[in-house]
Structures are given as C-alpha cells and as structure tokens.
Design a binder for this molecule. Structure first.
Ligand code: PBG
Length: 335
C-alpha cells in the first residue's frame, strides 16, 4: 500500500501535529507498563547489597529486598522481573556447580518471590558467568569455551530454576543447541508451561561493562566473549540465530543490546512476527543516567523517548533498569 500524498498545500503534514489532541490521535505506537521487564541484581554476600558504582540508582538486593522489589513491580503493574546474581567471588569455581544448586541465591529468591507475589512473572538468566572462576558464560577447557558440555550444565541450571518456580528461562550464553536441550528437559520433567526467552541475537558488546561490575565478573573475565557472542557488524546472522532458536522451541526472542541494535529488532519482527524483546543493557543505562545526572539530558523525557524507540522498532517489550521509574511516568502521563 502506497500512501497518497497530494502536493503542497493540499497536503500539509504539520496539520496533524498542530495540537496535542491531533498528535495523540495520530500516534502510531504507545508505551505501556505491560511492556516492561525489570532486571534486578540479587546477592547473599554480606555488604554487597549496595548501589553499583557504574549504574547510579541501581542496587543489589538481598532475598528480602528482592521480594520488596517484586511487590513494587506488582503495585506498579510491571508483569515481570528478571534476576541476576552477584555471588561470593571466592566461591566461583571452574566447574560452576553452584549454578545448579537448588539453594543458590537465584533459586532462593525465586521461591521467596513466588510465595509472596505469585502474579509477577520471574525471568532468570541461564549462563555460567556469575559462578565461573574465569568469568565466561561457558565451561573452559584448555582456554576453549566448550559447547556441548556447557549445554549439559545449562540444562541442570535451567532445571533447578524451573523447579524453584521460574516462569521464563532466559538463556544468555549463546551456546549452540541449548534451546532444544532446555525445551526437551522442560517437556520431559513436567514443566510444559515454563517459557523460554532466548537471548538469540546477543552481540559481543562493550555495553555490558557496568553489568559485569554489578555481578562482579569484570575483574574475572579472561579474554573476551567473541567466540560465542555475535560480531556487532552482522545482522543477517541475527536472523539465522532467531530462526534456529524458534525451531528449537523458544517462545520469545531477544535482541541485545537495545538502542544501538534497533535495526536488528525491526528485521527480526518483520521476518518472524514472534514475541520480540530488546534489552536496554547496563551500558545504555549508564550512558543515559550519566548524562541525566550531569544535567545534560532531561530525566523523564530521556527515559520515555528511549523506551518508545523500542516499540517503534517492533519490540513487544523491553528489559530496562528504568522499569519502575518508567512505570510511574507512564501511569502519570498516560494512565
Ligand atoms: N551472560 C550474562 C549476561 N546476561 C546479561 C548480560 C548483560 C546485561 C547488561 O549489560 O545489562 C550479561 C553479560 C555478558 O554477557 O557479559
């Protein structure tokens, strides 16, 4: 369909921008509280439940703190929270066994939140980095991140999270074959309604830096993640990864980072028409929060414009550290 555009002055495209009411009527995309997923850092390390230096305004939370955050999410109408653990650096091992302990910090938070606020969906992270002595998402053998053994470990990790009550498993590891293996485990072990949001198009990005501070992986990482995370120069490859993950049983797919990769979001949504999400990652948060805190950008407008961009790019929702504040702004302005 081609729009009909008579010539000026029959067509004056400014007419529809001439009042707030007309702009409202012509608005193509809207941001809703229901589009938000709130990532939360959790810890049981004494004294670690403080603000993350490179993410001003973002704190690590204890189990009780996470329950309070989930209650806040419920009050605000945010449908889901996503958990990321900061573990005791001394307890991180080469075999990453704590990752599938039923009593690790993530699984204890899942149980506590599900008991207190069952209506809030809990998303998890499936990757070994918070438990790994060398900071990688996979098991390392002789300097190589091994794929198939890692997938077995990820399945154990995902099973423990599903048993604890997770609603959405979020494999962020970028190993091959993990979606099929996780889906098979969920079907076999009685978790038919546990969903998978695959971090399908996850780039090897510098914008994860502050997150690695938050989970204490910055100093630990040996080398980089380029043998498993994507080359930022590619987008055809993103479509292959999404197609592959959907065929293996992903219910939702994600593009990550967000704002620098909106072209990828649009391509994914147009090509597949499936539930598509983006992660406005820690470095994006840090950039915006840094500029806001310096008085260089206006706080509320910046948050809302940056999130609206995801809707325009075709995303059904966005993981954002601004979630609770954005929810309040949306309720105030459009509620
Ligand atoms: N695999 C772990 C993981 N899960 C989410 C993020 C990044 C999130 C953010 O930057 O906000 C990372 C970091 C990484 O891959 O190094």
């Amino acid at each position: 369909m081609q729009p009909i555009i008579p010539s000026f002055p029959v067509t004056r495209l400014r007419r529809m921008r001439s009042s707030a009411a007309l702009r409202d009527l012509a608005q193509e995309n809207r941001l809703s509280v229901k589009d938000l997923i709130w990532p939360i850092f959790v810890t049981d390390v004494p004294g670690a439940d403080v603000e993350v230096a490179s993410m001003p305004g973002v704190v690590r939370r204890t189990v009780e703190g996470a329950v309070r955050a989930a209650e806040e999410a419920a009050t605000l109408g945010i449908p889901a929270i996503c958990l990321f653990p900061f573990t005791d650096p001394a307890g991180r091992t080469e075999d990453c066994a704590e990752a599938w302990s039923p009593d690790n910090i993530t699984n204890r938070v899942i149980r506590a939140v599900k008991a207190a606020v069952p209506e809030v969906a809990i998303m998890t992270d499936i990757a070994l980095d918070p438990y790994n002595a060398n900071g990688h998402d996979g098991l390392v053998r002789d300097g190589v991140i091994v794929n198939d053994e890692t997938v077995e470990a990820l399945v154990k990790m995902g099973r423990a999270q599903a048993e604890a009550g997770a609603d959405i498993l979020g494999p962020s590891d970028m190993m091959d074959g993990r979606i099929a293996a996780l889906r098979d485990m969920l079907e076999t072990d009685g978790f038919q309604n546990t969903t998978i949001m695959s971090y399908s198009a996850k780039y090897a990005s510098v914008f994860y830096g502050p997150f690695r501070d938050a989970v204490g992986a910055s100093g630990k990482l040996v080398g980089d993640k380029k043998t498993y995370q994507m080359n930022p120069a590619n987008s055809d490859e993103a479509l292959r990864l999404v197609a592959r993950d959907l065929s293996e049983g992903a219910d939702m797919v994600m593009v990550k980072p967000g704002l620098p990769y909106l072209d990828v979001c649009r391509r994914v949504k147009d090509a597949f028409g499936v539930p598509t999400y983006a992660y406005q990652v820690s470095g994006e948060y840090a950039m915006l929060a840094g500029a806001i805190n310096n008085g260089w950008l206006k706080r509320e407008e910046t948050i809302l414009e940056s999130l609206m961009a995801f809707r325009r790019a075709g995303c059904d929702g966005v993981l954002t550290y601004f979630a609770p504040e954005a929810a309040r702004l949306i309720a105030r302005d459009f509620g």
